[in-house]
Design a protein around this ligand. Sequence first.
Ligand code: KG4
Ligand code: ZN
Length: 381
Amino acid sequence: MAALTWTKLRSFHRYFGHSTLLKACFQYSQKHEHFCILSKCNDGFIQPVNVFYKRRSTVRYDGFSLESRNYTSALRKRQLVLGIETSCDDTGASVVDDQGAVLGEALNTQQKIHLMHGGIIPPVACRLHAENIEEVVDTCLKRSGISLEEIDAIATTVKPGLPLSLAVGTEYGKQLALNARKPFIPIHHMEAHALTVRMVEQIEFPFLVLLVSGGHSLLVLAHSVDRWSIIGQTVDDAPGEALDKGARRLKLRNIPECSSMSGGQAIEHLAKEGNPRAYDFPTPHVLSGGVACNNYIRSALQKLCEATGYQLLCPPPRLCTDNGIMIAWNGMERWKAQSGVIYDEEAIKNINIQAKCPIGVDLTEDVRSLGIKIQKWVKFR
Ligand code: KG4
Ligand code: ZN
């Protein structure tokens, strides 16, 4: 691979402008057998994303613009992003490509240890992330069968989450990016949850997403990879937190088969044997989405969507609880859009974690002021 790096391309672009750069790229590709750059010229901004490895004879040169449309995907070098997650109690890493294929994944969950303590103790979570992160990332790369050199960018969760936990992944990811001279993509954990669906389903923006996890319960409108609006959120604990607290009170971890399950998993597991009519709840409750794994919730939402003419799409449960795949995919979404990709070394060094950070503009008051009435109650049972 020729030694024309991103950083070099960016600075070329800054100094020489667009057309000179394209011309230089073309000349460069003439001299280097296996290398050429095809640029999509959006708004005059070079997107050195489209790096193609191919035989020189197929290069087209059209004035100062190199045309990429006619190349088949087989000729295109696939883009690869490494994702790192440490926002809570899971140390995760994954490599995904631009088509949503997972090349490799590694995940170390601290669940069992935190269950023993009756909840997450932040310094303990931090120590476990620090002890495991290197092995998780190395294992993920090994399973992917690719070297760090082949990765296009490194994405890491930097917000929101437990500060001590976030700091481990963020510092590790930044250092990795700086050492390997790769661009860094800071990731918002909840955006990553919300975008996972686009890895497995062909769904275009905008879409409505219900995010139900251990710390959040949000109804969000996804306009694009970098624009989100909150249209509703919980006024109390997030459902996952409520399930975890309930499971703790009931000491479910003492039941052997539940000993390594999260509260939500344990309750779902035991509820399968329960009697849903044992108590008479006055109104039908639809609880909605780490919690989106829940089959009861999924089927309730399915019913609701069927009755109201909406299509319900759920990522597979494995992708709903925290993992490195969703971070790598969010990184890939941003990489493809060239939004929030940080190339500059100083800028990478200056990235900080944020314990709290809303996913987008909060429109909940506006929605409330509309006084929307529920027009149709759907009976679940
Ligand atoms: O997304 P996640 O791994 O972490 C956060 O970002 O919060 O979600 C973890 C939460 C925990 O509260 C756990 O009890 C809940 O998801 N959970 C479930 C299920 N599996 C995990 N809740 C209900 N049913 C499940 N099957
Ligand atoms: Zn999460």
